[in-house]
Design a protein around this ligand. Structure first.
Ligand code: ACO
Length: 309
């Protein structure tokens, strides 16, 4: 009976076990997972653009090969995540349509332009660092296919984070101009990286329910704090200043105090008015249209094979 199914679902969540695609689940749980996983997949796919911008301008063959591998990893992450979403009964064609019609979101961070080569290192260090802080707990998400996809994604993300940091170590050991380029890039990316964790807990409509369902394991503010505490010593090693006059160690809390991100900027970027929103979606739409013949050919081939069988 429906009551028994719901009881079994609640017991699985309470025992911290995994919900699998064949299991009964409340419609709102399914919808919320599709929302989050689709947004996550779209972020990986759109996230290729700011870095792709530097593929042909990387300063050496070695740096170009590393960047190319990283951008390919991101395409792979998008694919695992669309596959995880498909286990919930949607298909990726439909999700892509929703992305290019602006009916589903992707991470705010990818709406900022990459203006210098240092941005590539800083994205690895800060953006992938924030992604790891946010995603490691998702390896314990209550929905099995999402949790399992996250394990591999997190391994690759930590490689991305280290390559970014290593590239910044090289730049900060370089000329004065290179050091200035790194600082200028950190100044632009710091606050948008903090915004990746989502709105403050008091303004986060989904956190409470997502935590009750074991989809999220920590609140947005908890993870933002963890990221700040992790990053401050890394900034000291690089010799860069994080652009926040309120940032200081709080001995009582055993954590850093820090300033408030500009939430009006966050709202604007999420609702489509960021510096590169138009460009990102136009590019994605064009790529989708240019790929139509491949999808049609694959479909025709599958039909022909089916008819023969
Ligand atoms: N950029 C764009 N939209 C955001 C962001 C952000 N940085 N943060 C929150 N939002 C959206 C939420 O999707 C939600 O919108 P919706 O209700 O229309 O779906 C709204 O703002 C309110 O936020 P919350 O209630 O806090 O939403 P949620 O509980 O889903 O938490 C979070 C947001 C932390 C991003 C969560 O969805 C998550 O952990 N997602 C998986 C990780 C992810 O998507 N990472 C992508 C960037 S990392 C990378 O790709 C390298």
């Amino acid at each position: 009976s429906p009551a028994e199914l719901e009881e079994r679902f609640d017991a699985t969540i309470a025992a911290d076990q995994r919900i699998e695609p064949r299991d009964w689940m409340p419609e709102a749980y399914r919808r919320s997972l599709i929302r989050q996983i689709a947004q996550h997949a779209h972020s990986e796919i759109i996230g290729m653009q700011p870095e792709g911008n530097w593929l042909l301008r990387a300063p050496s063959l070695r740096r170009r090969a590393i960047l190319l591998a990283k951008v390919q990893d991101e395409a792979g992450h998008g694919m695992y995540l669309y596959a995880a979403a498909e286990t919930l009964g949607v298909d990726r064609e439909e999700l892509t349509e929703k992305l290019i019609d602006s009916k589903q979101k992707y991470s705010s961070i990818f709406n900022y332009p990459t203006l210098s080569w240092a941005d590539i290192g800083v994205i690895g260090w800060l953006v992938d660092g924030a992604a790891i802080a946010n995603q490691v707990p998702l390896c314990r998400c209550s929905y099995g296919p999402y949790a399992r996809a996250m394990i591999r994604i997190c391994k690759e993300e930590s490689f991305h984070q280290r390559q970014g940091y290593e590239s910044l170590l090289a730049l900060t050991a370089g000329t004065e101009a290179q050091k200035r380029m790194v600082q200028e890039s950190v100044d632009r990316w710091w606050w948008p990286s903090l915004m990746m964790f989502g709105p403050a807990d008091g303004d986060s409509p989904n956190t409470h329910q997502s935590m009750a369902w074991g989809i999220k394991r920590h609140t947005n503010d908890e993870l933002r704090q963890r990221f700040v505490d992790m990053t401050v010593p890394q900034a000291a090693v690089l010799g860069v200043t994080l652009p926040d006059p309120d940032l200081r160690w709080n001995d009582e809390r055993q954590a850093h105090d820090f300033g408030e991100p500009d939430w009006s900027e966050f709202t604007a970027v999420v609702s489509g008015a960021g510096p590169a929103n138009r460009q990102r979606l136009d590019h994605r739409r064009r790529a989708h249209e240019n790929g139509a013949w491949v999808r049609e050919a694959a479909q025709a081939y599958a039909e022909k094979q089916g008819a023969r069988a």
